[in-house]
Each structure stands twice: as structure tokens, then as C-alpha cells.
Design a protein around this ligand. Sequence first.
Ligand SMILES: [Zn+2]
Ligand SMILES: [Zn+2]
Length: 69
Amino acid sequence: MTGRRKDDREPFACEHCGALVYPDTKRCPQCHRFPIRLHQCPRCKMIASAQEIACPRCGRLFEPGGDYM
Ligand SMILES: [Zn+2]
Ligand SMILES: [Zn+2]
């Protein structure tokens, strides 16, 4: 599916389990997690994108591949 523009109402694969979810999905029907990987700081509960290596609020380092919502 390369070269296709992402329609914001098109289903996409859950980043945790690969199930198809819609963009307004708050919870994947298969793994029951928020379908986009976002880090949640275990210390201050700040939410940050998966590319962040440390919490922008308190500076705690995220586990690589972990600390997801
Ligand atoms: Zn899932
Ligand atoms: Zn934090």
C-alpha cells in the first residue's frame, strides 16, 4: 500500500496488535489499548509520542518499546 495517501477516515492497523481500527477508535477491539503507540510517563502520567525518549514534563526516560498506554 505504498504511495497511498492516508484518508483520515480509513481504517488503519492497530500499532500494538495489527487489528484494523478506525481513526476515532479510542480502544482497539482486539487488544483493548489505544491503537496508536503513545508513551505515558509512569511517574507524572504525561502523554508523549512514541518517538520521545524521555518525558517532556519530568524528564524520566521511557523504556524503549515500553511505557505505552
Ligand atoms: Zn490492538
Ligand atoms: Zn513524566
